[in-house]
Ligand binder design. Structure first.
Ligand code: LLP
Length: 428
């Protein structure tokens, strides 16, 4: 039996060959646990699906930035999609080849731009006219020419949560097509930039192909106009956004995206870049957490965990749903036997916010203090968005490879919480 690619043997949840309770015993909870095999497999699925056109898979660092994860993907040939100097630093520390790094983001600072110019990255994904002018200026000052792609806003609805929709015209991302066309007529005369690509990223957790087709058609038409204007456009970057399973089967196989995108790209004769994050790491990660208390009040059963919204923000921020189940359980999640023993529970964290709730009225088996639970599909935007809110050290991170596991980030300590802070001098 498998839950979200993780095997259950005799009722005991495993990450690869390691019973997750062994990890919790050794490191405590909350702890993020990632399966190397799952993330490698998902990277390979995408890479292999896009085998009809020259494709650079740029892993989106923001989804799970841990150095070890970047390193594993780099060893498989991944490039990187970064959105800040900090992410660029991280990718380079993980051994990334600079010519496989693309740099997006609506607010690149001068410092970020200079760092990326010095690092000789593959290209900037430019999100506005003033940013293009800033890159042009800084490159000329350094006596170099920056390779850039224009990120267009194709005004496509990806049918996902509004907070993770980026390709609609009312969002802050990308440049509208008319303005982009005006810029593309000017770029051949700018000495500090070379327009070599067109970029569009329409959103995240997208589980249909039609929005990609629509976005790519617009992108290709625009790329053609850029070429006509005298720009040496070689790359089309269609961004990330490929969806995964959270509580139900909704993910499309990598081949579905490849089947619709590749013919269009190969006909037009471009190189393709994609920027997947969630698809690679989402299902590879679980958040291990222990039950602190079970509180029964009136008709409600609150299962209070030692993981909170500071550790995994998605449910509080987007109303996102993640499957949750005990790491050791006689009945199978979702089965008829489970239904017989489950009663509704609110699965909540310890943070002083009503929104600190992972699931409301979830049919859940009986659990007791100290029981270990797993929150599934937590690899993407889990640890990445963790904070110290409520004075809570961030979790440890573990990477499992077969029979072994490595601690790839130590649990933070109380000392870490005040690191860098200074008390003021006494006034009296
Ligand atoms: N490329 C660009 C320019 C992006 O902004 C993003 C994600 C990606 C690629 C990767 O998208 P993915 O393949 O992972 O869907 N925190 C939210 C998701 C925010 C996505 C931000 N941009 C969540 O937890 O659902």
């Amino acid at each position: 039996m498998e839950y979200f690619h993780h095997e259950v043997r005799d009722g005991v949840l495993h990450c690869e060959n390691v019973p997750v309770e062994n990890i919790a015993r050794k490191l405590g909870t909350p702890t993020y646990v990632y399966s190397r095999r799952i993330l490698e497999r998902h990277f390979a699925l995408l890479r292999d699906a896009f085998d009809q056109v020259e494709t650079l898979v740029c892993y989106s660092v923001k989804s799970l930035p841990n150095l070890a994860v970047c390193q594993v993907l780099r060893e498989m040939g991944a490039g990187f999609d970064v959105v800040s100097g900090g992410e660029l630093f991280r990718a380079l520390q993980a051994g990334a080849h600079p010519r496989k790094i693309v740099f997006a983001g609506v607010g690149k600072s001068a410092e970020d731009i200079e760092y990326a110019l010095d690092s000789r990255i593959l290209m900037f994904n430019v999100e506005s006219e003033p940013e293009l002018r800033k890159i042009d200026l800084l490159a000329r000052m350094k006596g170099v020419r920056a390779d850039v792609a224009l990120r267009i806003n194709p005004d496509v609805d990806p049918h996902t949560h509004r907070h993770i929709t980026t390709g609609k015209k009312e969002t802050k991302f990308g440049i509208d097509l008319l303005a982009a066309e005006r810029l593309a007529r000017e770029t051949p005369s700018l000495a500090g930039v070379r327009l070599i690509g067109v970029h569009a990223h329409i959103g995240s957790q997208i589980t249909e192909t039609a929005p990609y087709t629509e976005a790519l058609e617009k992108t290709l038409e625009f790329a053609g106009r850029c070429r006509d204007a005298g720009n040496p456009v070689e790359w089309v970057n269609i961004g990330g956004g490929f969806g995964i399973d959270y509580v139900k089967d909704e993910a499309l196989p990598a081949s579905s995206y490849a089947e619709v995108l590749q013919p269009l790209i190969s006909r037009a004769g471009y190189r393709l870049a994609i920027e997947p994050g969630r698809f690679i790491v989402g299902n590879a990660g679980i958040l291990l957490t222990s039950v602190l208390y079970v509180k029964e009040t009136g008709d409600r059963r609150f299962v209070i965990l030692d993981a909170g919204m500071n550790d995994l923000l998605r449910p509080a921020l987007y109303g996102a749903r993640h499957a949750i189940w005990p790491a050791r359980c006689d009945v199978e999640m979702g089965s008829a036997e489970a239904e017989a023993v489950c009663t509704p529970a609110d699965i909540v964290g310890p943070v002083c916010e009503t929104a600190d709730c992972f699931a409301r009225d979830l049919p859940f088996p009986p659990v007791r203090e100290g029981d270990l639970l797993a929150i599934f599909s937590a690899g993407a935007y889990g640890m990445a968005m963790a904070s110290n809110y409520n004075g809570r050290p961030r979790p440890a991170e573990v990477l499992v490879s077969g029979d072994y596991f490595d601690v790839i980030r130590m649990r933070e300590t109380w000392d870490d919480l005040i690191r860098g802070e200074r008390k003021v001098a006494r006034w009296d």
